[in-house]
Design a binder for this molecule. Structure first.
Ligand code: ATP
Ligand code: MG
Length: 679
């Protein structure tokens, strides 16, 4: 024992990768002190080493105590005096490097050793290229946990855990580590290409310096998000625009769309397009307004004469402004005007729905997508290449598509469309230097249960299934983030090679995670409900070993906008005057940053609303400035008078105060952006 201080027991029985270990009586205290550090023996989730001559096997303790006694020995073992534990074999070290999987089994009575921190450092610390740091071992602070980036991306991954367990923070931390590296460890991957579907708008703040943000209602430093409707599968598009259609109408409409697309293809040369192999599904621009107007006309039309040669037109309407034509109402029986009988599909109601969609401001980003909006003849100012260049071709490693303003009605279709655009482009362009092989892409899907549910028949689920099944071959990887793994499609989860499992309290969800995990880890997975916030069990392809990891918490300014509200602190402050008018308005406009010209407040306490304290500044036209944190109001005293700017974030105020010229900053970043009033 003297020269083998790390021995903690011997192999008692071996069955497959599961072995039972009898603890030595010498370590009955349960604690070993090695190199001045004390180690608890038999901790579930800790490692053991089983030397086999030239190489060492490694295993994870999954059970300790009476449960760990092998069944065959139950009668002969004295449970009082003998201690047992169950160990799952996970890998081995041959030479210097650790490898998962084992080449031979241990024998009964082989020695089982404790794994010290320095051993762990050998397992985890081997310097290799292509590793990204996600955090530190939960049991040993000083040892970084690294993930293999190749495997993480190409074999797909899932981040699962209950609400508030730290998923978004983990994703933000990991993405930052990929994009800009970790202090003292590595320099990051500047050419990485990551697309993040940010459903709650949490990340733009966290990754502002390494990401380009697209949003429907963009704020300062964000770009307008456009998704051209004509890139969607027309079946999905029509479902959203017109509701359910019978087969006859659907076929007629799809034929029309095909005709428009064909016409567009014949009149403009599109590099690489073979007109003969076009379908209604080919992403070619066409005008929805024209479609609407051409479908509506036969529905409304009446004729002056029985031969139906002179239309009884009163007003021809206007496709561009989506104004319907007006015809004289038809007469009864044989009295003119006569009802139209050709091309009538009986789709007045679906067409009305299409019209209201076209006029609904909420859907402008999709139906009137800026330069990608086709005119009535189907011509667009910009084509798909410009969209792809905008999304993928910018200098930053991360693209955030902030979908927080997207009505939930279209979310699924939209994500399907986005993924389709990316998938098809990278798939077909896989041999090009912009394609997926040369510059692979990782798509991170937050809140995946919302659009990848088992019952969803929408395009996003189909697209993600394709990505997880085939993406590896042409460089698209998926990272699925969800708090409800039971609601996420089975095929998708089962294709994920790496699992980052965070605290999971719901037992149904937990069994789902357990069942999906690639490694056989009973015991460790049982600790899922007791993980601390920000702690994860990482297992699968990208991890060297299944590991319990404490994810690095990003710096304060780089955390996602999802922090728990500080209830006690908020409830302790004095009540201030409030304005519920702007709450309701924000809801109506579906814009959390909606701003009114002037907010009317109701005073709560007896005290009058305080006047704002202003600080003097040195500037040619600004005298003093003040800021109220609670109401996000900025007050500026110009030489010409005092103005208030509303809903100005604290960060903007801080930047303004530090700016070289306060006046210039006001002119560029505040005056054009925020509503104001003269006080
Ligand atoms: N590694 C960590 N260390 C310390 N605190 C953390 C860590 N990760 C997250 N937290 C804290 O936990 C809270 C919730 O984190 P987060 O928003 O990432 O959870 P989530 O799992 O994404 O929740 P949801 O499912 O509701 O989106 C935040 O207040 C965050 O600061
Ligand atoms: Mg989250």
């Amino acid at each position: 024992m003297k020269n083998k201080p790390t021995v903690l027991g011997h192999v008692g029985s071996v069955s497959g990768a599961k072995i039972s270990v009898r603890q030595s009586p010498a370590v009955s205290s349960g604690i070993l002190i090695i190199g001045g550090k004390s180690y608890k023996i038999g901790q579930v989730g800790s490692f053991v080493r089983i030397p086999q001559g030239y190489h060492d096997l490694y295993g994870l303790v999954s059970e300790a105590g009476a449960n760990a006694i092998p069944d065959a020995l139950l009668s002969s073992v004295n449970g009082e005096s003998e201690r047992w534990m169950t160990v799952q074999l996970v890998g081995e070290i041959m030479g210097t490097s650790f490898e998962r999987g084992i080449s031979q089994y241990p024998n009964v009575n082989d020695e089982v050793h404790l794994v010290t921190e320095s051993d762990l450092a050998t397992i985890y610390g081997v310097e290799e290229q292509g590793q990204v740091v996600i955090g530190n071992l939960a049991s040993a602070d000083g040892i970084p946990v690294k993930l293999d980036l190749d495997k993480l991306v190409t074999r797909h991954s899932a981040v699962l855990g209950s609400t508030g367990s730290g998923k978004s923070t983990t994703v933000a931390s990991l993405l930052r580590s990929i994009a800009s590296g970790t202090e003292g460890c590595d320099a990051g991957f500047p050419s990485s290409r990551i697309l993040l579907l940010d459903i709650h708008g949490e990340y733009s703040h966290a990754l502002f310096d390494v990401a380009k943000v697209f949003k429907i209602n963009p704020e300062t430093n964000q770009t307008q998000l456009h998704i051209p409707f004509w890139a969607l599968d027309p079946n999905d598009l029509l479902g959203f625009l017109m509701g359910r259609l019978d087969d006859k109408s659907l076929t007629a409409i799809l034929d029309k769309i095909y005709e428009y697309k064909l016409c567009q293809a014949e009149s403009h040369s599109h590099a690489g397009l073979n007109v003969a192999s076009m379908t209604s599904d080919t992403p070619m621009p066409f005008s929805l307004k024209k479609l609407w107007s051409e479908l509506l006309d036969p529905e409304l039309k009446t004729w002056e004469d029985q031969a139906r040669s002179v239309p009884a037109l009163l007003n021809s309407g206007d496709a561009d402004t989506v104004t319907p034509p007006k015809y004289k109402p038809h007469g009864a029986g044989a009295t003119p005007p006569f009802i139209n009988q050709t091309d009538v599909l009986g789709i007045r109601r679906p067409l009305d729905q299409l019209r209201s969609r076209l006029l609904d401001k909420k859907y402008d980003f999709l139906l009137h997508p800026g330069d990608w909006e086709p005119d009535l003849s189907g011509n667009v100012k910009q084509d798909l290449d410009a969209l792809l260049a905008e999304w993928l071709g910018h200098a930053k490693p991360i693209t955030i598509l902030d979908l927080s303003g997207v009505p939930s009605l279209v979310l699924e279709q939209l994500i399907g469309a986005i993924l389709r655009i990316l998938f098809e482009a990278l798939f077909w362009g896989r041999y090009k230097s912009e394609g997926g092989k040369a510059r692979p892409m990782l798509v991170v899907m937050e809140e995946a249960h919302r659009y990848l549910s088992r019952d969803a028949n929408g395009p996003s689920r189909t697209m993600v299934q394709r990505i997880v099944k085939e993406g590896r071959k042409f460089g698209i990887g998926a990272m699925i983030v969800s708090q409800r793994p039971t609601e996420v499609d089975e095929t998708i989860l089962s294709q994920c090679g790496t699992f980052i499992a965070m605290r999971q309290t719901n037992s149904a969800d937990r069994s789902k995670v357990q069942a999906s995990l690639p490694d056989n880890l009973t015991g460790i997975v049982d600790s899922l409900p007791i993980l601390r916030t920000g702690e994860a069990i990482i297992t699968g392809e990208a991890a060297r070993l299944p590991v319990r990891c404490r994810v690095t918490l990003p710096h304060e300014g780089s955390r996602p906008n999802s922090e728990d509200p500080e209830v006690a602190k908020a409830w302790m402050t004095d009540r201030r005057s409030e304005s519920y008018e702007r709450l309701a308005a924000s809801w109506r406009t579906q814009n959390p940053r909606w701003a009114a010209k002037k907010v009317h407040r109701t005073p709560i306490s007896q005290e009058p609303i305080e006047t704002m304290q202003r600080e003097q500044v040195i500037s040619s036209n600004v005298v003093s400035v003040g800021y109220d944190t609670d109401t996000q109001t900025l007050e500026v005293e110009f030489k010409s008078g005092v103005y208030q700017y509303y809903n100005v974030p604290q960060s903007i105020y801080d930047e303004m105060i530090k700016a070289e010229s306060v006046g210039k900053y006001l002119n560029v970043y505040i005056k054009p952006e925020y509503p104001y009033a003269k006080v």
